[in-house]
Write a protein that binds this ligand. Structure first.
Ligand SMILES: O=P(O)(O)O[C@H]1O[C@H](CO)[C@@H](O)[C@H]1O
Ligand SMILES: O=c1cc[nH]c(=O)[nH]1
Length: 248
């Protein structure tokens, strides 16, 4: 019998070549309408998974929970069952004025301020996406008319440390566009395991706005943030179509 991975609770026979990686399991409900022949696969801890077709291309969506540690487990176990392309579709806080709610950040490198990527490899190893998959994302976002910014994100492990504001100001001063918690771990584990990865982040907090207030209004269906989420889902799905067409 095919080996079932201990955390995602999936085996090789259930895999698709491509996977969307949202943090939040609830985001799968908003991905499913874009797919046909949708199957619910598994739900263990933070790892919920579905599979379907997007324009005939088999795609999974697997939630990774909050933080690099659980995201790295997802990348590991998905690569072991044969997934070759993974795109994180997450939310982020902007670190630059002018990046508005619902704008997408297409990450071309991540500051490794998380613990998980450091457990894997020395911090001199770069947290970068697959170049071809990033280009596929950039072209897809442009074709869809999404508001995008291409640049660096900072992946961190906690919202609530005492120096949070100073740390954000420091990285903003270095030209970093936004903060999330998983991109660095996804890029580093993907790079080490030979998986093509990318990360698209939907802005849910503008720079220097009140964090908890905006995260609380994130589920408002009418909001720019929800349109941003729809755009990141479609951008990633279209990028997988391009990746599939190029045979990579
Ligand atoms: O919206 P998701 O993908 O969960 O991503 C962001 O939201 C969570 C924090 O609120 C962290 O996981 C962060 O990276
Ligand atoms: O500011 C934010 C918002 C979402 N996710 C983060 O990691 N930071």
């Amino acid at each position: 019998m095919a080996e079932i991975m201990p955390h995602i609770r999936l085996s090789h026979s259930q895999a698709a070549p491509y996977a969307l990686l949202p943090g939040d399991p609830a985001r799968l409900d908003r991905i499913a309408p874009y797919l046909s022949e949708v199957q619910e696969l598994a739900y263990n801890r933070e790892y919920r998974s579905i599979k379907g077709l997007y324009h005939g291309v088999p795609v999974m969506a697997v939630s990774t929970g909050i933080g690099g540690a659980s995201a790295a487990i997802a990348v590991e176990e998905l690569s072991r069952i044969g997934v070759r392309g993974m795109i994180r579709i997450g939310s982020c806080g902007a670190l630059k004025k002018g990046i508005g709610l619902g704008d997408l950040i297409l990450v071309n490198g991540a500051v490794r301020d998380d613990g998980a990527s450091s457990s894997y490899v020395d911090s001199k190893y770069p947290a970068i996406p697959d170049t071809g998959l990033l280009i596929d994302c950039m072209e897809s976002a442009k074709a869809l008319g999404a508001r995008t910014h291409v640049g660096i994100a900072r992946s961190h492990d906690s919202f609530y440390i005492d120096q949070e504001e100073e740390i954000c100001a420091y990285w903003a001063g270095k030209g970093v566009l936004g903060s999330d918690m998983e991109t660095a771990a996804v890029f580093v584990t993907g790079g080490l395991r030979g998986v093509k990865t990318a990360s698209i982040l939907n802005t849910v907090v503008e720079y220097q706005d009140e964090l908890s207030e905006q995260i609380n209004s994130y589920t408002d269906g009418e909001s720019a943030m929800m349109r941003g989420e729809q755009m990141e889902i479609l951008t990633a799905l279209e990028a997988f179509v391009r990746m599939n067409q190029s045979g990579s």
